[in-house]
Design a protein around this ligand. Structure first.
Ligand code: PLP
Length: 360
C-alpha cells in the first residue's frame, strides 16, 4: 500500500512519468523489477521486529513489493493531486492511499468484501461491466448481501433505493459505463451517501486524466489498470484509491493480504511503463474518438452513436461538468440488427476483433 508524498507543483503528465520514481542504488534510468517473492532479514531480531510492526521494510511480496508500490504511488498521485493541493491551500493535510491488485475484478471484489458484511445492502447501476454485474448479482447475494440495481443516471433513483434500504453500506457506480457510455452524476450521488454509506466509482473508462471521482466526493476509486493505464494490452491489473486511511489500514489492506489478489511485480512494472504516457495517449484518444463518433453519426447505415462528447448524448452537459475529456470509447448500433452488426465485426481491418479496451 502506498501513500508517499508527491511534489504538488507538477501537473498530471509529469506525475505520470515521475511520481514515485525515486533514484535507486544503481542509478539505473528505469527502476528495476523486484521480481521476488520474499525479502531477507538481517537477523532473527530484525525479522521479529518487522512482524511486530516496530521496524519497517519489505517482508514478503503479498504484503508489499517496491515495484508494486511505485505503481501505487503513481496512480495515487494522479487521482489525488488536486485534492491534496486543495487541502494544503486550506492549511490542512491529506494523504491518498492506493493498493494495486492482480486485476480490476480482484480490486472490485476485495473492496466489496472489505465494506459489505452479511445483512448489508449494495445500491448500484443497472449498467455495469459484465463480471462486476455477475459479482453483484450472483456472488454477493450468496453471502446474504442484498443488491438493488437502479438507473443511477437519475440520482433520485439512488435516493429512493437508499431510503428503501437503510442497511445500505455501499453505492457502486461505473461512469462512463461499459458499454453504453451512460454517465452518473458523481457529485450529486456523493451528496446522498451519508452515515457510513461508501461511494465507490469505477474510473476505468475515464482514467484520472479525464475524471477524478475523489475530487467529486467519492470514497474509493477503482481501476482496471489492464486498460488505459497500462495502455498496451500486455498485463492484467487493478487498483483501489482512497483518502480514507482507516478504511485502507483496517479493511482493504488486510483483505488483500488474506485473499491474495496481489499483482505480480513484473505486471506492475509493465503497467508502470505504460502509465508514463497516459496523459498524452488520453489526449489523442479523445481527439480520435470525437472525430470517429461524428463520422459514424452521419453514416447512413448507423442507427445511433453513444459518445458523451456528441451533442446528441443526453448527458453531454454532465460530461462537461465532471470530465476533462470524453474518452476513447464509442458504442454504436447499426441498422439491420444482429446480422448487420455481425457483418461489421467480420470486416474490421485495423481494429482488433477482441474484448478489452484502452490499447494504443
Ligand atoms: N471495470 C471495467 C469498466 C471494465 O471494463 C473491466 C474489464 O473489461 C473491469 C472493470 C474488470 O477488469 P479486469 O479485466 O482487469 O479484471
Amino acid at each position: 500500500m502506498s501513500s508517499k508524498r508527491i511534489d504538488l507543483t507538477y501537473g498530471f503528465s509529469t506525475h505520470a512519468v515521475h511520481a514515485g520514481e525515486a533514484i535507486n542504488e544503481t542509478r539505473s534510468h528505469i527502476n528495476p523489477v523486484f521480481q521476488t517473492s520474499t525479502f531477507k532479514f538481517a537477523n532473527a531480531e530484525e525479522g521479529h521486529r518487522m512482524f511486530a510492526g516496530e521496524h519497517s521494510g519489505y517482508v514478503y511480496s503479498r504484503l508489499g513489493n517496491p515495484t508494486v508500490e511505485l505503481l501505487e504511488t503513481k496512480v495515487a498521485a494522479l487521482e489525488g493531486k488536486n485534492l491534496i493541493a486543495q487541502a494544503e491551500k486550506r492549511g490542512g493535510h491529506l494523504s491518498v492511499y492506493a493498493i494495486a491488485f492482480a486485476s480490476g475484478m480482484s480490486a472490485i471484489s476485495t473492496v466489496a468484501l472489505s465494506i459489505l458484511s452479511p445483512g448489508d445492502h449494495l445500491v448500484t447501476d443497472n449498467i455495469l461491466y459484465g463480471c462486476t454485474n455477475s459479482l453483484f448479482m450472483n456472488t454477493l447475494p450468496r453471502m446474504n448481501i442484498g443488491v438493488t440495481f437502479v438507473d443511477c443516471s437519475n440520482p433520485d433513483n439512488v435516493q429512493r433505493a437508499l431510503e428503501e434500504h437503510p442497511n445500505t453500506k455501499m453505492v457502486y457506480l461505473e461512469t462512463p459505463a461499459n458499454p453504453t457510455m451512460k454517465l452518473s452524476d458523481i457529485g450529486a450521488i456523493a451528496g446522498l451517501c451519508k452515515g457510513g454509506v461508501r461511494l465507490v466509482v469505477d474510473n476505468t473508462f475515464a482514467t484520472p486524466i479525464l475524471q477524478r471521482p475523489l475530487e467529486l466526493g467519492a470514497d474509493i476509486v477503482i481501476h482496471s489498470t489492464t486498460k488505459y493505464i497500462s495502455g498496451h494490452g500486455i498485463a492484467l491489473g487493478g487498483m483501489a484509491v482512497s483518502t480514507d486511511k482507516e478504511l485502507f489500514d483496517n479493511s482493504i489492506y488486510p483483505a488483500i493480504i488474506d485473499t491474495g489478489g496481489n499483482p505480480s511485480p513484473h505486471d506492475a512494472w509493465l503497467i508502470n511503463m505504460g502509465l508514463k504516457t497516459l496523459a498524452i495517449r488520453m489526449e489523442r484518444h479523445c481527439r480520435n474518438a470525437l472525430e470517429i463518433a461524428h463520422w459514424l453519426e452521419q453514416h447512413p447505415k448507423v442507427e445511433r452513436v453513444y459518445y458523451p462528447g456528441l451533442p446528441s448524448h443526453p448527458q453531454k452537459e454532465l460530461a462537461e461538468q465532471q470530465m476533462d475529456g470524453f474518452g476513447g470509447i464509442i458504442s454504436f448500433t447499426v441498422k439491420g440488427g444482429l446480422e448487420s452488426s455481425r457483418r461489421v465485426l467480420d470486416n474490421v481491418e485495423l481494429c482488433t476483433l477482441a474484448v478489452s479496451l484502452g490499447c494504443v
